[in-house]
Design a protein around this ligand. Structure first.
Ligand code: DGL
Length: 267
């Protein structure tokens, strides 16, 4: 393994951009290879077996790009397949769920935590178990919020449908005065500001992409694998996504390089 090798990132769709953004901000000198499985999104309502198979196919695809570390940017895939991926590859594998749970575990004096994510992420209880193992006293309110994903994929950031969906999903947590809310799905940081407004700024939001970026920096540093020269990034999607370039520009604040669409089998 050497410093110049890229970092692989994958997500079920365009949500991986939220994790890429945090990684790029913290590690601007690294080279990233990002894969968005737009042909098969959403993962959140699929079975564990299918999610595991998709995760392995993409991990093998990225392994062929000679990555030095893999970030499982998808919360659903991190909840289901992280341990198996860690055991299967020689490079370190960082999951957003595990990174966020580690960060939350360090918070002091909190008594009520909210977790939102896909149905599969919440059903897997991976977040809940990891947090309980660190903070046994906290009350956890976990809620699947699957409708946020298509609304965000459609780019409906300023819409009544988003406002009403937010009220439908989050009203209970607001009433119960949660102190911390984990944005347990790659797409949610794209509506972070709206969520913050909904809670009248009275909640601490945890962005698992940021937690993962911190973890990646630590692991690369410990292994003397931090890159020190400018890199260029590569983007792959498994099918065309009409809004991808525009959402990427609006969200990241810069243009991403041309995206390569891989329509054939990954392995
Ligand atoms: N990327 C997924 C996650 O973070 C959300 C979208 C999906 O359901 O695939 O859980």
């Amino acid at each position: 393994m050497n410093k110049e090798q890229p970092i692989g990132i994958f997500d079920s769709g365009l949500g991986g951009l939220s994790v890429y953004k945090e990684l790029k901000r913290l590690l601007p000198q690294e080279k990233f290879v990002d894969f968005g499985d737009t042909a098969r999104v959403p993962y959140g309502n699929k079975s564990s077996e299918v999610i595991r198979r998709y995760a392995f196919e993409i991990a093998y695809f990225l392994a062929q790009k000679r990555i030095k570390l893999l970030v499982v940017a998808c919360n659903t895939a991190s909840s289901i397949a992280l341990n198996e991926l860690e055991n299967a590859f020689r490079f370190p594998v960082v999951g957003v769920v595990q990174s966020a749970a580690m960060e939350v575990g360090k918070l002091e004096k909190i008594s009520r935590i909210g977790i939102i994510g896909t149905s599969r992420t919440i059903k897997s209880a991976t977040y809940q178990n990891l947090i309980k193992s660190r903070l046994s006293h906290v009350e956890i309110l976990a809620k699947p919020c699957p409708l946020f994903v298509p609304i965000i994929e459609e780019g409906l950031f300023e819409s009544r449908v988003l406002d009403e969906t937010m009220d439908f999903y989050l009203n209970d947590m607001r009433k119960r005065k949660i102190e911390v809310l984990i944005l347990g799905c790659t797409h949610y940081p794209l509506i972070e500001k709206k969520i913050m407004d909904y809670f009248n700024e009275k909640v601490k939001l945890i962005n698992p992409g940021f937690s993962a970026a911190l973890r990646v920096k630590t692991i690369l540093g410990e292994n003397n694998l931090l890159n020190d020269t400018e890199g260029y990034d590569e983007f792959f999607l498994s099918d065309e996504q009409e809004n991808f370039q525009k959402i990427a520009r609006d969200f990241l604040g810069f243009d991403i390089p041309e995206v390569c669409i891989i329509k054939e089998n990954l392995i």
